[in-house]
Every structure is written in structure tokens, then in C-alpha cells.
Design a protein around this ligand. Structure first.
Ligand code: NAD
Length: 485
């Protein structure tokens, strides 16, 4: 019998499901059991061509609609997503392995927030009138044209919406390629947009590996590429987009610092460290994986952290009591287990976890290392799994310098009761998305994105509008034209 997660077909183009079984089969594995639940096929060159030519043609008509009309479609899509939250969350859990306890509140709901927020903004995208004596200039905010979105595997619904909603609000069309690891959820986003009244071809989904992503990025008809992925992929995609002088948004990896001062509320700081390391089993780009703890609070913090981490309920992601799920794939599990071994070998002190959990599927115990030093591999490289590194520090000046000593700059957090210090420290940290006495909140109203190797551009908020539109300026002369001859 066909598994309920099996989509009707692999791709969604021009308002309908499309199949081409000549494409390489991509198995979809449920991470909690290792069982294959669906198969999709990578896009063939014919499918890529169909998606691009469809999106190119659909964009012009979509851009001619008023912002109010476009916004209405997006807001209707948001309502449909919310009404179907449970089913969409179950699918997200099949796609990623993340526990239903999380997917019910963090995926389709976050996608719906983006659709609603950008739907609301669509009608207010106006230009300026600039008086110049008798003459004047006016500006218009115009769409970029056809955009390509490429997703990572940790938030397949959210990533499709965070890219699709602002793109469509501005009058662009999109061809979206989900990660080959989680191909299912974006198809539902495409389906819902059509149901909400989006013209066929405005939002299309094609499946495939990096090769398909590369074909999309290098196509001369594409005006913008928005990627969520790792830094090495980001470098390749950015270079390919630059060759075609395309706009880019790059949401890449991180190794973010979370700084806990002696005066912090210990339980809140532990809560922040848990949210910033173990949510989605640690598969979150903005995670605060370098937890710098001031020496005076260290042992108290570690004791409380170990106690609370012991309360994680590891198990069946479809059981709403489960609070900790598996790694997305066997490969990702092995990468993370490799980092845990390196942590042990390089002399970090294991506080809790450190092993594969004794279950089917790709579960790793939430793992905490203390006495981690800046040069250890686990303190330098993005692990993308449930491995927290706790490092000691003495002074504010020292911790800021050490926190910034990384190629990454996605996020940063600070816990302290001293608000002057909190703002000063955040001001000195090289990171795009920051938190004071909190960690990993990502409301659609706030800009999200990184500095340094962690990315270019911002998603969400009014900032995203700037990255999916461009300004045309028009000089209007009211009198005669003077010329030299
Ligand atoms: P990845 O870089 O392996 O793949 C990302 C996407 O790029 C996939 O869809 C993949 O098929 C595609 N791709 C790969 N090579 C390509 C190429 N040459 N041209 C075009 N597309 C190509 O990343 P992943 O393993 O899926 O996701 C994990 C990474 O994503 C982590 O580094 C994580 O930090 C990052 N991430 C960042 C954010 C953010 O918003 N900053 C959010 C989630 C994940």
C-alpha cells in the first residue's frame, strides 16, 4: 500500500503535479524508523526547462496584479495552511523526523505567518516622490523577475514559505528546489498557493540534488537566487549567480556564541542553551553551539543543564509527548557521531549523552561537553546535531574576542541581568540575528540572516522586501531640454 506521505508526483509546475520517471529516483526515508516512505524523481533537463519557462511567463501577469490582489492570495494561503496545520505537521515529521510536538508549532505555522505578513505588506510597496524645483523624480519598487529558491532539509515548509511569500508579494515568480533529503513539504505549499488563487506557474517546485540546483542557478533567465544551505554550497551558488550578475540571498551555516554571565538567571540560561542546541535535535543553523559560561556560575549551570537534559523524551516523533527526535538521515547521524568522538579524543569532558540512542532510526542522545577550548574541532566546526560545547571565560572583553574568532556570524546570545552590559556585548558581537536573555526566536517581523561567512541578505521583515525587489527612478522634466549643441 502506498504510504500516506507519498506525493501525487515529484514536481509541481504550472499549477499541477508533474512526473518524469526518467529522473534519478530519490528515496524518502523516515528518520525515526529508517523505513522508505516515498520516492520522488530528480528533475530531468526537460522538467527544469518546463518549470523555468512556466515561471518566466507567469511572472509578468502576476506583477500586473495590484499588491492588494497578490496579498489576498497570500493571506488566503496562510488561512488554508493554518486550517491544515495538523496534516501538514505530520507530513513535516515524516519529511524530517522532527517530533510532532515541534512541527505542530514551528513549521506550517511559521510558513503561514510569512504568507500572512508578506500578504499584508504587498499593497504597501510604493515608491517616493522627489521634488527638484519644477522637475521631479519618482521611484517605483519593481519585482526582480523570476527567482530561484533552494532549501536545506531542516525546515522544508518554513524555508519554502520564507522565500516564496516575500518573492510573490513583490510580484516575482519562483522555482523552488527543496533539499533532496526532504522533498515532500514544499509540494504542499505549491498546492495551497494554487488553491488560494495564485495563477498557475507563479510558484513551482522541482526536485533534485545539487546538479538540478546548479542548472537553475546558471540559467540566464533567472534574476535572483535565494539559498538556505551550508557555507561550501553557498560559496558555489554565490559564484555561479555572480557570473550571471544575479541578485542573491544566502542563509548559511553558523557556530554561534551564547554567552552566560555570572549574574544570569541560571534556569533561563539553561533554557536558552537547551533551545539553542537541542531543538530539532540540534539541526538549526542559528544554534548557539559555543556556550561560554563565566567561571563563577559554571558548575551550577552544568549541574542544572545535565538534570534538565535528562528530562528529554527521546522516541516516536508522532507521539506528542516526545520532545527529542532523530537526525534527519543516517549520514547526518554518522557525521555527528564522528564529531562526538573527536570531542572525546581532543579532551573535552562529557557531561551527558555522547552515544547513539538504543532505538531504530537515527537517534543520538542530547550531548553536552564541558571544558571545551577554542581550538577543539567541536568548538570550530558546525556540527548540525545535538552537541553542545561549554567553554569557560573570565572577562567580558575576553569572551567577546573569543566569540568573534570564527568565520561564521549568524547568531549570538547573551544572558545577564545587567542590561547595559547586555546591549554593549551584543553591540560588539559580529552576528546578524541576536538575542538578549533568550535564544532562537524567529518571528517573521524580525530580520533574519548572518554576517561574515554565514550569509548575505536578510529574510523576513521589511528587509526581505528589499531583497526581492528593485527600485526604478524616473526623472520627469517639466520644461525644455538644454543641450550643448
Ligand atoms: P547543503 O548546502 O548541503 O544543501 C542545501 C541545498 O543546496 C540543497 O537543496 C542542495 O541540493 C542544494 N545544492 C547543493 N549543491 C548545489 C549547487 N552546486 N548548486 C545549487 N544548489 C546546490 O545544506 P543542507 O545539508 O541541506 O543543510 C544544512 C546546512 O544549511 C547547514 O550548514 C545549516 O547551517 C544551513 N542552514 C542555514 C539556515 C539559515 O537560515 N541560515 C537555515 C537552515 C539551514
Amino acid at each position: 500500500m502506498t504510504h500516506p506521505a507519498q506525493p501525487k508526483a515529484s514536481h509541481f509546475i504550472n499549477g499541477e503535479y508533474v512526473e518524469d520517471t526518467a529522473g534519478t529516483p530519490i528515496p524518502v526515508i523516515y528518520a525515526a524508523t529508517g523505513e522508505q516512505i516515498a520516492t520522488v524523481h530528480a528533475a530531468t533537463p526537460a522538467i527544469v526547462e518546463q518549470a523555468l519557462s512556466t515561471a518566466k511567463a507567469a511572472q509578468k501577469e502576476w506583477a500586473k496584479m495590484t499588491g492588494t490582489e497578490r496579498g489576498r492570495v497570500l493571506r488566503r494561503a496562510a488561512d488554508i495552511m493554518r486550517a491544515r496545520n495538523h496534516d501538514l505537521s505530520v507530513l513535516e515529521t515524516y519529511d524530517t523526523g522532527k517530533p510532532l510536538q515541534e512541527t505542530l508549532v514551528a513549521d506550517a505555522t511559521s510558513g503561514a505567518d510569512a504568507l500572512e505578513y508578506f500578504g499584508g505588506l504587498a499593497a504597501s510597496l510604493t515608491g517616493e516622490h522627489i521634488p527638484l524645483g519644477e522637475d521631479w523624480v519618482y521611484t517605483k519598487r519593481e519585482p526582480l523577475g523570476m527567482c530561484v529558491g533552494i532549501g536545506a532539509w531542516n525546515y522544508p515548509t518554513q524555508i519554502a514559505c520564507w522565500k516564496g511569500a516575500p518573492a510573490l508579494a513583490c510580484g516575482n515568480s519562483m522555482v523552488f528546489k527543496p533539499s533532496e533529503t526532504t522533498p515532500l513539504c514544499a509540494l504542499k505549499v505549491a498546492e495551497i498557493l494554487i488553491e488560494a488563487g495564485a495563477p498557475a506557474g507563479v510558484f513551482n517546485v522541482v526536485q533534485g540534488m545539487g546538479e538540478v540546483g546548479g542548472a537553475l542557478v546558471t540559467d540566464p533567465r533567472v534574476d535572483k537566487v535565494s539559498l538556505t544551505g551550508s557555507v561550501p554550497t553557498g560559496k558555489k551558488v554565490y559564484a555561479a549567480a555572480a557570473a550571471g550578475m544575479k541578485h542573491v540571498t544566502m542563509e548559511l551555516g553558523g557556530k554561534s556564541p551564547l554567552i552566560i554571565f555570572d549574574d544570569a538567571d541560571v534556569d533561563n540560561a539553561v533554557g536558552g542553551a537547551i533551545n539553542g542546541n537541542f531543538y530539532s535535535s540540534g539541526q538549526v543553523c542559528s544554534n548557539g553551539t559555543r556556550v561560554f559560561v563565566q567561571k563563577g556560575i559554571k558548575e551550577k549551570f552544568l549541574a542544572r543543564l545535565a538534570e534538565r537534559t535528562g528530562n528529554a523524551i527521546i522516541g516516536d516523533p508522532m507521539d506528542e509527548a516526545t520532545s527529542f527526535g532523530p537526525m534527519v538521515t543516517e549520514n547526518q547521524m554518522n557525521i555527528v557521531l564522528g564529531y562526538i568522538e573527536k570531542g572525546k579524543a581532543e579532551g573535552a569532558r562529557l557531561i551527558c549523552g555522547g552515544n547513539r540512542a538504543d532505538k531504530d532510526g537515527y537517534f543520538i542522545e542530547p550531548t553536552v561537553f564541558a571544558d571545551v577550548t577554542d581550538d577543539m574541532t567541536i568548538a570550530r566546526e558546525e556540527i548540525f546535531g545535538p552537541v553542545m560545547s561549554v567553554l569557560d571565560f573570565d572577562s567580558e572583553e575576553e569572551v567577546v574576542a573569543r566569540a568573534n574568532d570564527t568565520e561564521f556570524g549568524l547568531s549570538a546570545g547573551v544572558f545577564t541581568k545587567d542590561f547595559t552590559r547586555a546591549h554593549r556585548v551584543i553591540g560588539n558581537l559580529e552576528a546578524g540575528s541576536c538575542f538578549i536573555n533568550s535564544y532562537n526566536d524567529a518571528p517573521v517581523e524580525a530580520p533574519f540572516g548572518g554576517v561574515k561567512a554565514s550569509g548575505v541578505g536578510r529574510e523576513n521583515s521589511k528587509e526581505a522586501i528589499k531583497h526581492f525587489s528593485q527600485v526604478k527612478s524616473v526623472y520627469v522634466r517639466m520644461g525644455d531640454v538644454e543641450a550643448a549643441f
